[in-house]
Design a protein around this ligand. Structure first.
Ligand SMILES: NC(=O)C1=CN([C@@H]2O[C@H](COP(=O)(O)OP(=O)(O)OC[C@H]3O[C@@H](n4cnc5c(N)ncnc54)[C@H](OP(=O)(O)O)[C@@H]3O)[C@@H](O)[C@H]2O)C=CC1
Ligand SMILES: O=C(CO)COP(=O)(O)O
Length: 308
């Protein structure tokens, strides 16, 4: 390859490692950083063309502040692959990166990308979105291969929110399967979940069509149907009667939907956006309702037109 890039990947969790492997397989020089690793953050960042964060939401701001204290290439492109919302500010990860680095392009990478399948070298597709088309195209080139098809997209807000908001619906889908409610119920839930995502996302500035693409519908299909999804697993185990504390103690990796649901409810209530599924997931996570009560609440809401 003639156009090799130096790629710094921050976060050596499941997703950071999978993305590092994809870039390395394309011949790029990859430096993977974890707070427990042997490489210093300063060394990882030095002269990097691409700085990709796969840090879980709870660590994003802390890592952003650390990165700010080291020299980086003036041409560096930031990529965020985190799917979450910050509790206190309700900011998305890309907003945090962009505010900290206003003179650098920020690209959002999101799609139906269960990391275990990608590590098994199964084919997958994703979207890279930015307001700066050349930045998205540069990131597309770094990760594209015969097993990872990368599409550019010009709606970073929508792509980021698609990947983030679907985690709440994936928890609900896990509950649906855990209660053995059947295929009709699941189809109804996921479809109305998408309506809810479009409603919130467009209110927050995204283009509606983005949610019918890879990071919205695509990621909903993946996470609402796969036991590999940690968010789905949370819902499935809640349906089996486990407490959230028990589930999170034994869960491998991060289920961002738990935190996202709380942030989402806070913001949706402030802004009067109807989010009935998210509301029931929230009450379930708070221990205020049982899975069966949450289902009954959803089914017995006031009847209404489908499009309203
Ligand atoms: N796994 C997947 O299939 C996919 C995940 N994602 C998203 O990517 C993000 C990461 O997910 P995943 O890799 O699965 O999660 P993991 O829990 O496996 O990894 C989280 C990573 O964040 C790091 N981290 C968290 N807090 C800090 C901090 N304060 N300082 C430094 N590092 C920190 C962890 O470091 P340490 O190990 O040192 O704790 C770890 O490297 C999530 O937002 C997730 O939604 C997106 C697409 C696919
Ligand atoms: O976002 C993901 C796949 O696209 C990963 O889903 P989970 O975080 O639920 O495992």
């Amino acid at each position: 390859m003639t156009n090799d890039k130096t790629v710094a990947i921050l976060g050596a969790g499941a997703w950071g490692q999978a993305l590092a492997n994809l870039a390395a397989a394309n011949g790029h020089q990859v430096r993977l950083w974890s707070r427990w690793g042997t490489l210093s953050l300063e060394a990882v960042l030095q002269d990097a063309d691409i700085i990709l964060s796969a840090i879980s939401m709870k660590g994003v701001r802390e890592v952003v502040m650390q990165v700010q204290s080291f020299p980086i290439s003036p041409d560096a492109i930031f990529v965020t692959a985190t799917k979450g919302l910050e509790p206190d500010t309700t900011c998305t990860p890309s907003q945090i990166w962009q505010t900290a680095f206003p003179h650098h392009p920020v690209v959002v990478l999101s799609g139906p990308n269960l990391s275990k399948e990608i590590e098994m070298e199964l084919p997958a597709a994703t979207a890279v979105a930015s307001n700066i088309p050349t930045a998205a195209e540069a990131v597309q080139l770094v990760f594209s291969s015969n097993r990872f098809r990368v599409y550019t997209n010009s709606d970073p807000v929508g792509v980021e929110l698609g990947g983030t908001l679907k985690n709440v619906i994936a928890i609900a889908a896990g509950v649906c399967d855990g209660l053995q409610l059947g295929t009709n119920a699941k189809a109804g839930l996921v479809t109305r979940g998408l309506t809810e995502i479009v409603r919130i996302g467009t209110f927050w500035g995204a283009k509606p069509e983005t949610f019918y693409g890879l990071s919205g519908l695509g990621d909903l299909l993946a996470t609402c149907n796969s036991p590999l999804s940690r968010n789905y697993q949370v819902g499935y185990q809640l349906a089996a009667g486990k407490t959230l504390t028990e589930i999170l103690t034994h869960l491998q990796g991060t289920a961002e939907g738990v935190n996202t649901c709380r942030v989402l409810i806070q913001r949706a209530r402030q802004q009067n956006i109807p989010v009935p599924i998210t509301e029931q997931v929230y009450r379930l996570l708070q221990g205020e309702v049982t899975p069966q009560q949450a289902l009954d609440e959803l089914m017995l809401r006031d009847i209404k037109p489908e499009y309203h």
